[in-house]
Ligand binder design. Structure first.
Ligand SMILES: Cc1ncc(COP(=O)(O)O)c(C=O)c1O
Length: 303
Protein backbone atom coordinates (compact mmCIF):
# COMPACT_ATOMS: atom_id res chain seq x y z
CA UNK A 1 0.00 0.00 0.00
CA UNK A 2 2.72 2.44 0.99
CA UNK A 3 4.61 1.72 -2.20
CA UNK A 4 1.50 2.31 -4.27
CA UNK A 5 1.14 5.69 -2.54
CA UNK A 6 4.80 6.52 -3.14
CA UNK A 7 4.20 5.85 -6.80
CA UNK A 8 1.06 8.01 -6.75
CA UNK A 9 2.88 10.94 -5.16
CA UNK A 10 5.79 10.59 -7.59
CA UNK A 11 3.38 10.41 -10.52
CA UNK A 12 1.71 13.67 -9.47
CA UNK A 13 4.99 15.51 -8.97
CA UNK A 14 6.36 14.23 -12.22
CA UNK A 15 3.19 15.26 -14.08
CA UNK A 16 3.70 18.83 -12.91
CA UNK A 17 7.41 18.65 -13.75
CA UNK A 18 6.96 17.53 -17.34
CA UNK A 19 4.18 20.08 -17.80
CA UNK A 20 6.58 22.89 -17.01
CA UNK A 21 5.82 23.24 -13.30
CA UNK A 22 8.76 21.79 -11.38
CA UNK A 23 7.86 24.15 -8.54
CA UNK A 24 4.60 22.27 -7.97
CA UNK A 25 5.48 19.42 -5.66
CA UNK A 26 3.30 19.91 -2.58
CA UNK A 27 0.38 17.63 -1.74
CA UNK A 28 -2.63 18.53 0.39
CA UNK A 29 -3.81 15.79 2.76
CA UNK A 30 -6.45 15.48 5.50
CA UNK A 31 -6.30 15.06 9.24
CA UNK A 32 -6.79 11.45 10.34
CA UNK A 33 -5.38 10.14 7.06
CA UNK A 34 -3.22 7.07 6.88
CA UNK A 35 -1.22 6.50 3.74
CA UNK A 36 1.47 4.08 4.93
CA UNK A 37 4.75 3.96 6.81
CA UNK A 38 7.46 4.94 4.34
CA UNK A 39 9.15 8.29 4.96
CA UNK A 40 6.96 10.13 2.43
CA UNK A 41 3.73 8.43 3.43
CA UNK A 42 4.17 9.12 7.17
CA UNK A 43 4.66 12.76 6.19
CA UNK A 44 1.50 12.56 4.05
CA UNK A 45 -0.47 11.03 6.93
CA UNK A 46 0.91 13.67 9.25
CA UNK A 47 0.26 11.68 12.43
CA UNK A 48 2.81 12.31 15.11
CA UNK A 49 2.72 8.73 16.40
CA UNK A 50 4.08 7.48 13.08
CA UNK A 51 6.50 10.38 12.51
CA UNK A 52 8.11 10.36 15.96
CA UNK A 53 11.76 9.37 15.97
CA UNK A 54 12.26 9.19 12.23
CA UNK A 55 14.00 12.50 11.73
CA UNK A 56 12.78 15.52 9.83
CA UNK A 57 9.40 15.08 8.19
CA UNK A 58 9.63 14.75 4.42
CA UNK A 59 8.89 18.15 2.92
CA UNK A 60 5.90 18.81 0.71
CA UNK A 61 2.74 17.83 2.58
CA UNK A 62 0.15 20.29 3.86
CA UNK A 63 -2.58 18.92 6.06
CA UNK A 64 -6.05 20.37 6.61
CA UNK A 65 -8.95 19.21 8.78
CA UNK A 66 -11.00 16.15 7.86
CA UNK A 67 -13.64 17.10 5.28
CA UNK A 68 -12.64 20.78 5.53
CA UNK A 69 -12.79 21.64 1.85
CA UNK A 70 -12.65 25.39 2.50
CA UNK A 71 -9.35 24.85 4.30
CA UNK A 72 -8.12 22.68 1.42
CA UNK A 73 -8.92 25.51 -0.99
CA UNK A 74 -7.04 28.00 1.18
CA UNK A 75 -4.05 25.65 1.40
CA UNK A 76 -3.55 25.66 -2.38
CA UNK A 77 -0.42 27.62 -3.33
CA UNK A 78 1.57 27.96 -6.56
CA UNK A 79 3.62 25.00 -5.25
CA UNK A 80 0.68 22.61 -4.91
CA UNK A 81 0.75 19.57 -7.19
CA UNK A 82 -2.09 17.41 -5.93
CA UNK A 83 -4.76 16.63 -3.37
CA UNK A 84 -4.59 13.20 -1.73
CA UNK A 85 -7.56 11.66 0.07
CA UNK A 86 -9.08 8.35 1.19
CA UNK A 87 -12.72 8.38 -0.06
CA UNK A 88 -13.51 6.47 3.13
CA UNK A 89 -10.99 7.15 5.84
CA UNK A 90 -9.99 3.82 7.38
CA UNK A 91 -7.48 4.16 10.18
CA UNK A 92 -8.88 7.64 10.94
CA UNK A 93 -12.10 6.04 12.16
CA UNK A 94 -14.13 4.70 9.19
CA UNK A 95 -15.21 8.14 8.05
CA UNK A 96 -16.77 8.32 4.57
CA UNK A 97 -16.06 11.63 2.84
CA UNK A 98 -19.35 13.19 1.69
CA UNK A 99 -19.99 13.07 -2.06
CA UNK A 100 -20.35 16.84 -2.16
CA UNK A 101 -16.87 17.24 -0.69
CA UNK A 102 -15.29 14.89 -3.22
CA UNK A 103 -17.05 16.85 -5.99
CA UNK A 104 -15.66 20.12 -4.67
CA UNK A 105 -12.15 18.66 -4.51
CA UNK A 106 -12.50 17.53 -8.13
CA UNK A 107 -13.53 21.08 -9.09
CA UNK A 108 -10.62 22.61 -7.17
CA UNK A 109 -8.22 20.32 -9.00
CA UNK A 110 -9.66 21.36 -12.37
CA UNK A 111 -9.51 25.06 -11.46
CA UNK A 112 -5.95 25.00 -10.21
CA UNK A 113 -4.32 22.41 -12.47
CA UNK A 114 -3.89 19.89 -9.65
CA UNK A 115 -4.21 16.13 -9.69
CA UNK A 116 -6.73 14.34 -7.51
CA UNK A 117 -5.26 11.23 -5.89
CA UNK A 118 -7.50 8.68 -4.19
CA UNK A 119 -6.04 6.27 -1.68
CA UNK A 120 -8.27 3.22 -2.06
CA UNK A 121 -5.84 0.88 -0.35
CA UNK A 122 -8.38 0.07 2.35
CA UNK A 123 -11.73 1.03 0.80
CA UNK A 124 -11.12 -0.29 -2.73
CA UNK A 125 -11.65 -3.67 -4.44
CA UNK A 126 -15.21 -4.34 -3.40
CA UNK A 127 -14.85 -3.36 0.26
CA UNK A 128 -17.74 -0.87 0.12
CA UNK A 129 -19.87 -2.92 -2.27
CA UNK A 130 -18.58 -1.23 -5.42
CA UNK A 131 -15.27 -2.12 -7.06
CA UNK A 132 -13.97 1.27 -5.93
CA UNK A 133 -15.40 3.35 -3.10
CA UNK A 134 -15.32 6.53 -5.19
CA UNK A 135 -17.91 5.03 -7.55
CA UNK A 136 -20.59 5.83 -4.95
CA UNK A 137 -19.84 9.53 -5.52
CA UNK A 138 -19.38 9.52 -9.27
CA UNK A 139 -16.16 11.48 -8.77
CA UNK A 140 -13.13 9.99 -10.50
CA UNK A 141 -9.48 10.47 -9.55
CA UNK A 142 -6.50 11.17 -11.79
CA UNK A 143 -4.36 8.76 -9.82
CA UNK A 144 -5.37 5.96 -7.46
CA UNK A 145 -3.45 3.68 -5.13
CA UNK A 146 -4.80 0.22 -4.35
CA UNK A 147 -3.39 -2.69 -2.32
CA UNK A 148 -4.78 -4.92 0.48
CA UNK A 149 -7.90 -6.39 -1.18
CA UNK A 150 -6.39 -6.73 -4.64
CA UNK A 151 -3.98 -9.29 -3.19
CA UNK A 152 -6.63 -11.25 -1.29
CA UNK A 153 -4.06 -11.86 1.46
CA UNK A 154 -1.00 -11.91 -0.79
CA UNK A 155 1.17 -8.77 -0.63
CA UNK A 156 0.54 -6.64 -3.68
CA UNK A 157 -0.26 -3.06 -4.52
CA UNK A 158 -0.81 -1.01 -7.63
CA UNK A 159 -0.89 2.58 -8.73
CA UNK A 160 -3.42 3.45 -11.43
CA UNK A 161 -3.47 6.69 -13.37
CA UNK A 162 -5.13 8.22 -16.39
CA UNK A 163 -2.95 8.50 -19.50
CA UNK A 164 -2.73 12.22 -18.92
CA UNK A 165 -1.73 11.99 -15.25
CA UNK A 166 0.85 9.30 -16.02
CA UNK A 167 2.53 11.36 -18.72
CA UNK A 168 5.73 11.80 -16.71
CA UNK A 169 6.09 8.17 -15.76
CA UNK A 170 8.05 6.96 -18.76
CA UNK A 171 10.18 3.81 -18.88
CA UNK A 172 12.99 3.89 -16.35
CA UNK A 173 11.54 6.70 -14.23
CA UNK A 174 10.10 4.37 -11.59
CA UNK A 175 10.43 0.70 -10.83
CA UNK A 176 11.15 -2.03 -8.33
CA UNK A 177 12.75 -5.46 -8.71
CA UNK A 178 9.60 -7.43 -8.01
CA UNK A 179 7.13 -4.91 -9.42
CA UNK A 180 4.64 -6.60 -11.71
CA UNK A 181 5.95 -10.05 -10.81
CA UNK A 182 3.96 -12.89 -12.41
CA UNK A 183 2.86 -14.49 -9.13
CA UNK A 184 1.39 -11.25 -7.71
CA UNK A 185 -0.24 -10.44 -11.05
CA UNK A 186 -1.82 -13.91 -11.20
CA UNK A 187 -3.13 -13.43 -7.65
CA UNK A 188 -4.56 -10.02 -8.55
CA UNK A 189 -6.26 -11.49 -11.61
CA UNK A 190 -7.72 -14.32 -9.54
CA UNK A 191 -9.08 -11.82 -7.00
CA UNK A 192 -10.65 -9.75 -9.78
CA UNK A 193 -12.19 -12.92 -11.29
CA UNK A 194 -14.07 -13.41 -8.02
CA UNK A 195 -14.91 -9.79 -7.19
CA UNK A 196 -16.14 -9.05 -10.71
CA UNK A 197 -18.27 -12.19 -10.95
CA UNK A 198 -21.92 -11.44 -11.63
CA UNK A 199 -23.68 -10.60 -8.40
CA UNK A 200 -20.61 -10.63 -6.14
CA UNK A 201 -20.61 -6.91 -5.36
CA UNK A 202 -24.40 -6.88 -4.97
CA UNK A 203 -24.02 -9.69 -2.46
CA UNK A 204 -21.39 -7.65 -0.57
CA UNK A 205 -23.95 -4.84 -0.40
CA UNK A 206 -26.65 -7.19 0.84
CA UNK A 207 -24.40 -8.71 3.50
CA UNK A 208 -23.23 -5.25 4.52
CA UNK A 209 -26.82 -4.22 5.15
CA UNK A 210 -27.44 -7.37 7.17
CA UNK A 211 -24.40 -6.62 9.27
CA UNK A 212 -25.14 -2.93 9.66
CA UNK A 213 -28.71 -3.61 10.78
CA UNK A 214 -27.51 -6.22 13.25
CA UNK A 215 -24.90 -3.83 14.63
CA UNK A 216 -27.47 -1.06 14.88
CA UNK A 217 -29.66 -3.29 17.03
CA UNK A 218 -26.68 -4.10 19.30
CA UNK A 219 -26.00 -0.35 19.57
CA UNK A 220 -29.67 0.24 20.45
CA UNK A 221 -29.45 -2.40 23.14
CA UNK A 222 -26.16 -1.15 24.62
CA UNK A 223 -25.90 2.61 23.99
CA UNK A 224 -23.47 2.89 26.92
CA UNK A 225 -21.01 0.76 24.89
CA UNK A 226 -21.71 1.56 21.23
CA UNK A 227 -22.76 5.06 20.29
CA UNK A 228 -23.09 4.78 16.55
CA UNK A 229 -22.51 2.54 13.53
CA UNK A 230 -20.75 4.08 10.59
CA UNK A 231 -19.06 3.12 7.35
CA UNK A 232 -19.82 1.82 3.91
CA UNK A 233 -20.31 -1.76 2.79
CA UNK A 234 -18.19 -4.25 4.69
CA UNK A 235 -16.01 -1.45 6.04
CA UNK A 236 -17.85 -0.78 9.26
CA UNK A 237 -17.02 1.15 12.37
CA UNK A 238 -18.40 0.98 15.88
CA UNK A 239 -18.17 4.42 17.41
CA UNK A 240 -17.63 3.52 21.04
CA UNK A 241 -19.17 5.25 24.05
CA UNK A 242 -16.31 3.95 26.19
CA UNK A 243 -12.60 3.53 25.34
CA UNK A 244 -12.38 1.56 22.09
CA UNK A 245 -9.42 -0.46 23.39
CA UNK A 246 -11.67 -1.89 26.13
CA UNK A 247 -14.36 -2.77 23.61
CA UNK A 248 -11.71 -4.38 21.44
CA UNK A 249 -10.50 -6.52 24.35
CA UNK A 250 -14.08 -7.57 25.09
CA UNK A 251 -14.44 -8.68 21.46
CA UNK A 252 -11.13 -10.50 21.66
CA UNK A 253 -12.44 -12.35 24.73
CA UNK A 254 -15.24 -13.51 22.42
CA UNK A 255 -12.54 -14.74 19.98
CA UNK A 256 -13.42 -12.02 17.52
CA UNK A 257 -10.60 -9.97 16.06
CA UNK A 258 -11.28 -6.33 15.24
CA UNK A 259 -9.00 -3.30 14.91
CA UNK A 260 -9.19 -0.06 16.87
CA UNK A 261 -9.14 3.11 14.75
CA UNK A 262 -9.06 6.85 15.34
CA UNK A 263 -12.04 8.79 16.72
CA UNK A 264 -12.66 6.05 19.31
CA UNK A 265 -13.88 3.60 16.69
CA UNK A 266 -13.54 -0.17 16.32
CA UNK A 267 -13.09 -1.31 12.73
CA UNK A 268 -14.83 -4.36 11.37
CA UNK A 269 -13.47 -5.52 8.03
CA UNK A 270 -14.73 -9.06 7.43
CA UNK A 271 -13.66 -10.95 4.31
CA UNK A 272 -15.90 -10.07 1.38
CA UNK A 273 -16.65 -13.80 1.11
CA UNK A 274 -18.10 -13.86 4.65
CA UNK A 275 -21.30 -15.95 4.85
CA UNK A 276 -24.61 -14.93 6.41
CA UNK A 277 -24.08 -17.56 9.11
CA UNK A 278 -20.69 -16.06 9.96
CA UNK A 279 -22.21 -12.59 10.14
CA UNK A 280 -24.86 -13.86 12.59
CA UNK A 281 -22.13 -15.56 14.61
CA UNK A 282 -20.08 -12.35 14.70
CA UNK A 283 -23.13 -10.32 15.74
CA UNK A 284 -23.81 -12.78 18.57
CA UNK A 285 -20.25 -12.40 19.78
CA UNK A 286 -20.34 -8.61 19.53
CA UNK A 287 -23.62 -8.60 21.45
CA UNK A 288 -22.09 -10.89 24.11
CA UNK A 289 -19.03 -8.62 24.37
CA UNK A 290 -21.18 -5.51 24.72
CA UNK A 291 -23.42 -7.24 27.27
CA UNK A 292 -20.41 -8.22 29.37
CA UNK A 293 -19.15 -4.63 29.37
CA UNK A 294 -22.60 -3.22 30.17
CA UNK A 295 -22.93 -5.63 33.11
CA UNK A 296 -19.49 -4.65 34.40
CA UNK A 297 -20.44 -0.96 34.22
CA UNK A 298 -23.75 -1.64 36.01
CA UNK A 299 -22.13 -3.66 38.80
CA UNK A 300 -19.39 -1.02 39.29
CA UNK A 301 -22.11 1.65 39.55
CA UNK A 302 -24.01 -0.44 42.11
CA UNK A 303 -20.96 -0.63 44.39
C1 LIG B 1 -5.74 3.88 3.39
C2 LIG B 1 -4.42 3.20 3.51
N1 LIG B 1 -3.40 3.63 2.75
C3 LIG B 1 -2.19 3.03 2.79
C4 LIG B 1 -1.93 1.99 3.64
C5 LIG B 1 -0.57 1.37 3.68
O1 LIG B 1 -0.60 0.09 3.19
P1 LIG B 1 0.55 -0.95 3.58
O2 LIG B 1 0.42 -1.22 5.04
O3 LIG B 1 0.24 -2.15 2.75
O4 LIG B 1 1.86 -0.34 3.22
C6 LIG B 1 -2.96 1.50 4.46
C7 LIG B 1 -2.73 0.40 5.41
O5 LIG B 1 -3.43 0.22 6.39
C8 LIG B 1 -4.23 2.14 4.40
O6 LIG B 1 -5.25 1.73 5.17
Amino acid sequence: GSEALECAIKTARRYQFVNGHPERFRVITFEGAFHGRTLATIAAGGQYKYLEGFGPKVEGFDQVGFDDIDAAEKAITPETAAILIEPVQGEGGIRPVPTQSLKRLRQLCEQHGLLLIFDEVQCGIGRTGKLFAHEWSGVTPDIMAIAKGIGGGFPMGACLATDEAAVGMTAGVHGTTFGGNPLAMAVGNAVLDVVLEDGFLEDVQRKALLMKQGLASVADEFPEIIEDIRGAGLMLGLKCAMPNTKVNMALRDQNLLAVPAGDNVIRLLPPLTVTDAEIHEALNRIRAGAKGLAEAIASAAAK
